[in-house]
Design a binder for this molecule. Structure first.
Ligand code: SF4
Length: 324
């Protein structure tokens, strides 16, 4: 394992809820509620879980696009959470984000050239000729025809628009990219192309990814390790093949049972483990284990004591009292 690029300790993102006549704070949404993990240089860490479990908030928290409530985020030895806005602006050139919906994340009134050169104009101070040369280089890298330099996003397909977003993210030679559901808005036929492009670019530019997705098959294809999130917490973190072959946490088992053939040790005709009930509100999570309202193995201790994320095998961590 290489050195950690990110060291995240007890990170919390709690968003206040205001109510009443005087708009007092009456509670908070615990979108991310005390997660700790490392992201190693050159790896892809998959982050999976149901919608609303806090995956995107976690990614945004690492880049301080959403301000953490508490906890530590250390990026390449620097405490990101302690940096001023000016220092943060400088370091953010090394960390970028690719968004879910390329349609919404690209300004329809800007040409491809303007979109890709936007971060360069802000941070790189290149002369016109060098700027265009760099934009063309980036278009080549993501497989876009440089003849389309002056076209607008509306004249591209969804997959091509996502390539524009990726080119923009690469413009400043980042070390790290949060890919936030980058294929969720694309046709199935295009999804694999974009994931393969991300893999090629990772190799070419020595990138480190946090790959957020609810598509477990695609995560298996791209991730070296996977963190499973449930209601603001990481319930399992494991090497990808270990997780898919031998998931430990009851929630991971249920998630993976919904993907045919995902878990090698499951018989093809084994019944799917259907999760009962809805995801509880992150404004009012259950006491003890967050999963206790839906877990088929719930015990008394689960309703009072929060389980810690502990090693259950080399390269595999799980937060469940069944491992005690
Ligand atoms: Fe289920 Fe208890 Fe384990 Fe939580 S700690 S996943 S409720 S068995």
């Amino acid at each position: 394992m290489s050195e950690p690029l990110f060291e995240i300790r007890d990170l919390k993102l709690h968003f206040p809820i205001y109510g009443g006549l005087l708009r007092h704070q009456i509670g908070s949404v615990k979108a991310v509620d005390g997660v700790s993990f490392d992201i190693f240089k050159g790896e892809t860490l998959g982050l999976v879980g149901e919608s609303g479990c806090g995956k995107s908030s976690c990614g945004r928290g690492l880049l301080r696009l959403s301000e953490p409530s508490s906890g530590e985020v250390v990026f390449d030895g620097r405490q990101v959470t302690a940096l001023s806005h000016k220092e943060m602006r400088a370091i953010r050139t090394r960390m970028q984000m690719v968004f879910q919906d390329p349609q919404a994340s690209l300004n329809p009134r800007m040409t491809v050239s303007e979109i890709i050169s936007e971060p360069l104009n802000e941070h790189a101070n290149l002369k016109r000729r060098a700027l265009i040369a760099r934009v063309c280089e980036l278009m080549d890298a993501v497989g876009l025809n440089r003849a389309f330099l002056n076209r607008y996003p509306s004249s591209f397909s969804g997959g091509q628009r996502q390539r524009i977003g990726i080119a923009r993210a690469l413009a400043l030679n980042p070390d790290f990219i949060v890919c936030d559901e980058p294929i969720a808005a694309l046709d199935v036929s295009i999804q694999a192309q974009v994931v393969n492009l991300l893999k090629d670019l990772q190799e070419q530019f020595s990138l480190t990814y946090l790959f957020i997705s609810h598509d477990l098959s695609m995560v298996r294809h791209i991730a070296d390790r996977v963190a499973v999130m449930y209601l603001g917490k990481i319930v399992e973190l494991a090497d990808t093949e270990l997780l898919y072959q031998r998931p430990s946490h009851p929630y991971s088992k249920a998630l993976l049972s919904a993907v045919p053939g995902a878990v090698a040790s499951r018989r093809a005709d084994a019944p799917r483990e259907v999760l009962k009930g809805d995801l509880p509100s992150p404004a009012n999570p259950p006491k003890g284990c967050n999963f206790c309202t839906r877990c088929p193995h719930v015990m008394d201790i689960c309703r009072t004591t929060e389980p810690e994320l502990k090693a259950v095998a080399p390269g595999q961590y799980s937060a469940c009292h069944l491992n005690d």
